[in-house]
Design a protein around this ligand. Structure first.
Ligand SMILES: [Mg+2]
Length: 287
């Protein structure tokens, strides 16, 4: 079986395979037009209990927080990196997860390093993103955290949300094409560690977006790109997101439906930013 890396980098051949598959699916599928004139597949299509007025033809999933509880892995990786560094340099107080929420959560990697060090009165040279992991610079420590993240994934794995797996299985059974759309550059590793990489031929992650110069979320472009790669009209696809910026990306496009998954952002906030439907668990999207 292909590694997740080769699957992402050989996206061209994946597209070819998909077009053949999608063409076959379309031949076997009756097509109808909904009131807006958009093409809707009437077979092999997704019935969503909260939006039964029509059927949907593709699922575009965010990864972190939608399919996998990845925030916990990031927290563990930060904890290991800073605990090692603080111990080696006799820094007190010791690092705790409170530091994660106070100084690191939601920030670009190197900003988090700088802020947490500053909380202990430490200033390090910035260094360069190419610094080896563990170099005593902001970038070096940040890169060490990224290595820790990969190691935690390898050593401990990550269990995908059970409800998300149930929905993936359901859509697979129904023949509904699926893609992952993630800002993270670690998406292939996370999908593999979670054991769900084989479900996704199309992964538009941070590395693909950077390579193809596709604007990231909250712009809709990465989701639109995924729909194109699946060969499904944008208006037939459902965006599934847990982050405010991701829901904004869905709302900025012309997608069939934007589903917000409330993992802490809040149902009202997700709706206010453009979620048509809000659920607490993806199993709620199975009719
Ligand atoms: Mg997310």
């Amino acid at each position: 079986m292909d590694s997740p890396h080769s699957r992402v980098t050989s996206i061209g051949s994946a597209v070819g395979a998909n077009l053949v598959r999608v063409a076959g699916t379309l031949l076997a599928t009756r097509l109808a037009k909904d009131e807006g004139g958009r093409v809707t597949t009437t077979d092999n299509a997704w019935v969503i209990p909260q939006a039964t007025e029509r059927r949907y033809g593709a699922a575009l999933f965010d990864l972190d927080g939608v399919l996998t509880p990845t925030a916990e892995v990031h927290m563990r990786a930060w904890n290991r990196m800073f605990s090692d560094y603080f111990e080696a340099h006799h820094v007190s107080p010791a690092y705790t997860d409170d530091d994660y929420f106070a100084y690191v959560d939601g920030k670009p990697r190197y900003d988090g390093v700088r802020a947490c060090l500053a909380s202990r009165g430490i200033t390090l040279p910035e260094g360069d993103p190419t610094d080896a992991a563990g170099t005593e610079t902001v970038c070096g420590l940040g890169n060490a955290k990224n290595d820790m993240f990969a190691k935690v994934l390898r050593d401990e794995g990550i269990a995908p949300y059970a409800g998300s797996v149930a929905l993936i299985d359901h859509l697979k059974e129904a023949g509904v094409p699926m893609a992952v759309v993630s800002s993270s550059r670690n998406a292939p590793e996370v999908l593999a560690a979670a054991g769900i990489d084989h479900h996704f031929e199309i992964v538009v992650d941070g590395a693909v977006a950077a390579r193809d110069r596709i604007p990231g979320k909250p712009a809709p472009d990465t989701y639109q790109h995924a729909a194109q790669l699946l060969g499904v009209p944008e208006g037939d696809a459902v965006v599934v997101e847990d982050a405010i910026s991701g829901v904004q990306a869905g709302a900025a496009g012309d997608f069939g439906l934007v589903v917000g998954v409330d993992r802490g952002a809040g149902a009202d906030a997700l709706r206010a930013q453009g979620a048509d439907v809000v659920v607490a668990d993806l199993a709620e999207l199975i009719a």
